[in-house]
Design a protein around this ligand. Structure first.
Ligand code: KIV
Ligand code: ZN
Length: 385
């Protein structure tokens, strides 16, 4: 049976770009957007046009240049925001406005100072207004993760009736456990009138390190769009990582879900975003970290040299990494030293030669942390090349 499609909504250029120091100019946004488009991202959230003239122009530029991805602009639930968003995406081949309002007790009482009825009125007004201006309207129920499910369902019924066709259920504060978030999506699938006319979307923050797990719980319970960013960048502890959810669906075929992402582009795009936003990727980051396919302990190295699959569930080539790497440290074994030496052109005649070289290697490794090919001349000085 064919896999069901999950739409990838990339918000690197909006939620990701909100991170202090990650701001991009219009040309930089366009460079990244072209790569997102080429990789197969369905929707690119290009920015928040009302926030600054520079961001308005950036969204406008992406709208006129990007053809294969929908271009989406963020707005709050007010007319000025929506008009700015609509003007910015006007020339997009396919345009979307992402508008919404807080629906948790905390947001309604403390931030917005509105009653639940007023929240529904504002939400409906915003969706109706946006609906006349763009191809499609996505509604976000901000802080849905902490909101009462029955009230959330009521808000969604009203915005569906007003014309929203994509419903974003953000775990804005990264509060939910995967089973809670999954249950919330299931509740909405079963209790919102008109839900068959809309796509439910996940937008999970990583405050407890659960953004990816929550997004997967969401799609396992009926959501069909994931909002995510390259390298998981975003407000505070970040958003769901695009590369993680894409590869989870590929690794777990039994989910019966897939995207149209060309995963071979993940590593280069991760590097591009990291370089342009000056935001380093932690070495142990899943899929795109420098150590994601690097092996350094003797036990693991011995296994990987015999068969890569002993310690790797993903073929590095599938995500655009040439090959797994064997890193030489004081925890490495003889098999790793021999493997790397032979790759560099050194022929180790017998066990005796290997023992001699290994003893020398360990003294250097204890001193240097990582032993490089440049150290080989020293290690193998008695061995002919
Ligand atoms: O985290 C959030 O709730 C958001 C919304 C604006 C979608 O980023
Ligand atoms: Zn967010």
């Amino acid at each position: 049976m064919a896999n069901e499609r999950v739409y990838i909504f990339d918000t690197t250029l909006r939620d990701g770009e909100q991170v202090p120091g990650c701001q991009l100019n219009a040309q930089e946004k366009l460079t990244i957007a072209k790569e997102l488009e080429a990789m197969g991202v369905d929707i690119i959230e290009a920015g928040f046009p009302i926030s600054s003239p520079g961001d308005f122009m950036a969204v406008q530029l992406l709208a006129s240049e990007i053809k294969d991805s929908t271009i989406c602009a963020l707005s709050r639930a007010n007319l000025n925001d929506i008009d700015a968003a609509a003007a910015a995406v006007k020339h997009a081949k396919r345009s979307r406005i992402h508008t919404g309002i807080g629906v948790s007790e905390s947001h309604m009482q403390h931030k917005l100072k509105l009653t639940p009825e007023q929240i529904i009125e504002r939400a409906v007004m915003a969706v109706k207004h946006a609906k006349n201006l763009v191809d499609e309207v996505e509604f976000y129920a901000e802080d849905a993760g902490r909101a009462d499910n029955a009230f959330l369902a009521k808000v969604l019924e009203n915005v569906i009736a007003a014309g929203a066709t994509i419903l974003n259920i953000p775990d804005t504060t990264g509060y939910c456990l995967p089973e809670q978030y999954g249950e919330k999506i299931k509740y909405l699938v079963n209790n919102v009138k008109g839900i068959e006319k809309a796509i439910l979307s996940t937008h999970c923050h990583n405050d407890l390190g659960l953004a990816t797990a929550n997004s997967i719980a969401g799609i396992s319970n009926g959501a069909r769009q994931i909002e995510c960013t390259i390298n998981g960048i975003g407000e505070r502890a970040g958003n769901t990582s695009l590369e993680e959810v894409v590869m989870i669906m590929r690794q777990h075929a039994h989910l019966g879900l897939d995207t149209r992402i060309n995963a071979k582009k993940l590593t280069s795009l991760s590097k591009m975003v990291s370089d342009m936003m000056r935001m380093p990727v932690q070495a142990n980051k899943a899929i795109v970290g420098a150590h994601a396919f690097a092996h350094s302990s003797g036990i693991h190295q011995d296994g990987v040299i015999k068969n890569r699959e002993t310690y790797e569930i993903i073929n590095p080539e599938d995500v655009g990494v040439d090959e797994s790497s064997i890193i030489l440290t004081a925890r490495s074994g003889r098999a790793a030293l021999k493997f790397r030496a032979e790759k560099a052109g050194f022929i180790i005649a017998d066990n005796e030669a290997l023992e001699l070289a290994y003893a020398k290697f360990l003294t250097i490794a204890d001193r240097k942390k990582v032993v490089d090919t440049e150290d080989f001349a020293d290690i193998f000085e008695q061995i002919k090349r």
